[in-house]
Design a protein. Structure first.
Length: 334
């Protein structure tokens, strides 16, 4: 009996490891969701779901920007595509638009366009650093992140800027069929990006570059140009997120980039667990952002201190990254 059981256990172990590598983060999230649904009063109530949608909207936008960069550069957690500057540029656009609206009385369209212009310039800077200078994406974008944080402090005076612009108030308070307008706007951007990635030659070629750069180059695709374009797209999306960040917080506050960084990374790579192949996608990043917001609010409803909520997110990021690394290792062995 024991001689037969040993081979069975030996054959079972790889399947368990494969399941944990591909679905481990998703299983943890689902387990937490069930636990909070049972223990946290109002977790699945309309009020909490609506608040989670509002909270998730700007996170989903920046996560989509990061997803585009990862898709183009490859989802290897060490040498793949990454843009850590997105939260900082989004925070800078938030400060610029808030300052222009409140301090200078600038028309909304002009202030918003200025914010997008600035984030696009920094996206182009990332593209140059990675595509022309040859820096690794993680080092280049981390350096830009640090620089932009300093610029944001200068622009905002490291103070909170309240905004009472009617359009911002409308985005904050309006519901469309019971869904917050901020979430509706986010879903519109998501639909556009999903269409671009799935239905256009650009999206298909970008996925080819991220899937196998050498093969894409051999097929005549200018891989470096496509990779550079992802940083510019991420810059534009960061600028768009400023509208939702201002609406969510009724203005700009110091330090929003720090929490946005954690939520963005977690949402993007957690979203991969929702896909069949375990890869980063635009749609997956949206689902990841929604679950991050829902779980965060659920933990708060359970009277968990904010410090412990941030700790939970940190542990989940480690789990997600470890699962991605294990999946890559498994694919390499295969």
């Amino acid at each position: 009996m024991s001689t037969l059981a040993a081979p069975e256990r030996t054959a079972l172990a790889p399947r368990v490891r494969s399941l944990l590598a591909r679905r481990g983060p998703l299983l943890v999230v689902l387990a937490m969701t069930v636990y909070l649904a049972v223990t946290a009063k109002g977790f699945l109530g309309v009020a909490n779901v609506t608040a989670s949608l509002t909270q998730a909207a700007p996170v989903a936008l920046v996560a989509m920007g990061l997803a585009i960069v990862v898709i183009g550069g490859g989802d290897d957690v060490v040498v793949g595509g990454i843009d850590l500057s997105i939260p900082a540029t989004a925070a800078l656009a938030t400060a610029i638009v808030s300052d222009q609206l409140t301090t200078y009385g600038t028309p909304f369209a002009v202030a918003f366009a200025l914010g997008i212009l600035v984030t696009t310039v920094f996206g182009l800077l990332n593209a140059i650093l990675v595509g022309w200078v040859g820096l690794s994406s993680i080092l280049a974008t981390l350096a830009v992140y640090v620089a932009v944080v300093g610029i944001t402090r200068v622009v905002s005076g490291n103070r909170r800027i309240d905004v009472a612009d009617p359009l911002i108030v409308a985005v904050r308070d309006t519901r469309v069929a019971g869904i917050p307008l901020a979430a509706v706007l986010m879903l519109i951007v998501a639909a556009v990006l999903v269409f671009v990635m799935a239905r256009t030659p650009y999206g298909r070629r970008l996925q080819a570059v991220g899937g196998n750069r050498d093969a894409a180059i051999f097929a005549g695709i200018p891989a470096q140009r496509y990779i550079m374009s992802t940083f510019v797209i991420a810059g534009v999306v960061a600028g768009l997120s400023a509208l939702l960040l201002i609406a969510r917080g009724s203005g700009s506050s110091p330090g929003i980039d720090e929490r946005l960084m954690v939520d963005m990374v977690l949402a993007t790579f957690l979203g991969a667990a929702f896909t069949r192949r375990g890869t980063v996608t635009v749609a997956g990043s949206v689902l990841g952002a929604l679950f991050v917001a829902l779980l965060s609010n659920g933990l708060i409803l359970s009277r968990v201190a904010n410090a412990w909520v941030d700790g939970f997110k940190g542990v989940l990021i480690l789990l997600v990254v470890a699962a991605a690394a294990a999946r890559k290792s498994e694919e390499a062995r295969a």
